[in-house]
Design a protein around this ligand. Structure first.
Ligand code: ATP
Ligand code: MG
Length: 253
């Protein structure tokens, strides 16, 4: 077990198929940090047939990015709705910000005024073959964003979500030709973000590995090093059960 002693507000950056969703899910479980994924939000809009969903679906299927101001509005309203714009909160963002313009808007309009700046930006580096292989074998449960992999992490019942039993689907943008475009879009639009965060204090941390397990082990260690501690569950550590109280007293700014 590991846990947080200070608020951790994290962003995962990486090319399509680098495992942002998988790492987010594992961090959420391990540290009980809530997270949101911009791609999952958009896929829910598409499924619900909203106005945003209609615009998003054609853009996503071409492997392009949605307009910066629209994306910032969508995510900012989610941050507000969840009361995450406060210095004592911990959260994880997957897929937003994804361009420098989005990062600048988010910092200037939302996080800065709330004194809730991002304090860890993780750059995932995965070989291209591994990413291609993953997207070819990926299934998603759209309502929850849960991701399965036919090779590494298959659903218990083929084609069905483990938790709800609802059908899984393949993402239309997980097609090799669209993947290429998404990768190019990543290199053009998102790589500059790494530079942006390099100049934002000691927040950027890069990790490389071929598998999600290799990456997760390093990521967990880094999160513990920066924000928490490892807990030996067999030992009596003297404050079992009250760590969320401790968290509330600590301000990391
Ligand atoms: P993966 O899910 O494999 O990590 P990805 O990062 O390309 O790959 P998602 O984050 O699920 O995929 O996003 C899917 C699509 O949604 C993107 O290709 C893009 O069209 C749109 N999208 C998601 N987030 C943003 C954003 N912050 N700005 C603009 N468009 C976005
Ligand atoms: Mg994703």
């Amino acid at each position: 077990m590991s846990r947080l002693l200070r608020p951790a507000r994290m962003l995962l950056l990486g090319p399509p198929g680098s495992g942002k969703g998988t790492q987010t899910e594992r961090l959420r479980k391990q540290f009980e940090i809530p997270g949101i994924s911009s791609g999952d939000i958009l896929r829910r809009h598409i499924k619900d047939g909203t106005e945003i969903g209609q615009l998003a679906s054609s853009i996503i299927n071409q492997g392009k990015l949605l307009p910066d101001d629209l994306m910032t509005k969508v995510v900012a309203s989610e941050l507000r709705r969840r009361h995450w714009l406060s210095p004592s909160t911990s959260w994880l963002l997957d897929g937003f910000p994804r361009t420098q313009a989005q990062a600048e808007m988010l910092d200037a309009q939302e996080l800065g005024p709330a004194n809730a700046g991002m304090n860890l930006v993780v750059e995932l580096q995965v070989p291209e073959d591994a990413m291609l292989d993953r997207i070819a074998n990926r299934l998603v449960h759209v309502p929850s964003g849960r991701v399965y992999n036919l090779t590494y992490n298959p659903p218990k019942v083929p084609g069905r979500d483990d938790v709800t039993g609802e059908p899984l689907s393949q993402r239309p943008d997980d097609d090799p030709a669209v993947f290429r475009k998404r990768l190019n879009e990543y290199r053009a639009s998102t790589e500059p973000l790494v530079e942006y965060y390099k100049n934002s204090g000691d927040v950027l941390w890069s990790v490389a590995g071929e598998t999600s397990d290799v990456i997760y082990a390093q990521l967990e260690r880094e999160v513990v090093r920066r924000f928490g501690e490892s807990v030996d569950e067999s030992a009596d550590n003297g404050f079992g059960g009250c760590w969320s109280g401790r968290l509330a007293f600590v301000n990391n700014n």
